[in-house]
Design a protein around this ligand. Structure first.
Ligand code: BTN
Length: 252
């Protein structure tokens, strides 16, 4: 690894229930160094956002969790961890794909999209102590070699897009490098740069999308993201409202 600490210690597992769950157990039982990566070839119970499952073809995709100890970060700033993780995944995609040829974006809060299809997902689990984030487990799933997806998933992979075989370990190395870059920015207090880079890459920014809110389907404009990570949507009268992940669903 060409990094200082992220990925200096990689635990590779041929199979595990979920790399996030394994990383959480490590944190409870031993004291893994910051930057430890849990990487599995296959997950039997991969977990996604909103309690969803994250299923991938064994051996084809990247499923890994990175252990961070951002005790410098107050709880109210936890959205910055989502932003740096999404930016790191974005940079990995941009480096592997030719980013002028592909429209790579971050769909709030932290899905990585190419065009209108999802290529990577992130599940972050934070452990708070005395108002600070003591530990953070950044779980990342990147579709690398999988050739086909259930059409309902609306997903794609690096192999499908580029037609080129990319080694999963190469993707992991890049991910560690970019995550370290953004994490060091965060440690150095570059919150505004991080948030503005995130906004620059925001999926459908200033465009209308169809959402489901309180059981109703409605087209609204993506007007931005608040400092505490809420999605700002604007209706056709110009009125803006803030939404939490549990209150709004994208209908792509
Ligand atoms: C999502 O988009 O719903 C988030 C998916 C996150 C999947 C990754 S794969 C590695 C890590 N371990 C898990 O169980 N989930 C995350």
């Amino acid at each position: 690894m060409e990094t200082l600490f992220i990925g200096a210690n990689v635990i590779f597992l041929p199979e595990v229930d979920s790399t996030n769950s394994y990383a959480i157990k490590l944190l409870k039982n031993v004291n893994p160094p910051e930057g430890t990566v849990v990487h599995a070839a296959n997950q039997t119970h991969g977990r996604g956002q909103r309690g969803n499952v994250w299923n991938t073809l064994p051996g084809s995709n990247l499923t890994a969790s990175v252990i961070l100890k951002p005790s410098f970060l107050p709880m109210r700033k936890q959205f910055l961890l989502y932003q740096i993780s999404a930016l790191a995944c974005y940079d990995v995609m941009a480096e592997i794909l030719n980013d002028s040829q592909f429209d790579i974006k971050i769909k709030w809060p932290n899905d990585i999209m190419v065009g209108r299809k999802k290529i990577a997902g992130i599940l972050i689990e934070n452990f708070i102590s005395a108002g600070r984030i003591e530990y953070s487990v950044i779980g990342i799933g990147i579709n690398v070699l999988q050739g086909e997806f259930d059409s309902k998933l609306n997903a794609t992979s690096l192999q499908i897009l580029s037609g080129v075989h990319t080694d999963v370990n190469t993707v992991l190395k890049l991910l560690c490098r970019y995550l370290e870059k953004y994490y060091l920015m965060l440690k150095n207090g570059k919150d505004e740069t991080i948030s503005s880079e995130y906004l620059d890459r925001l999926f459908s920014y200033q465009d209308q999308e169809l959402f489901e809110i309180k059981g109703e389907k409605i087209r609204l404009e993506v007007a931005g993201v608040s400092e505490d990570g809420l999605l700002i949507l604007r209706d056709n009268t110009g009125a803006e409202k803030l939404y939490d992940v549990k209150d709004v669903k994208w209908l792509l």
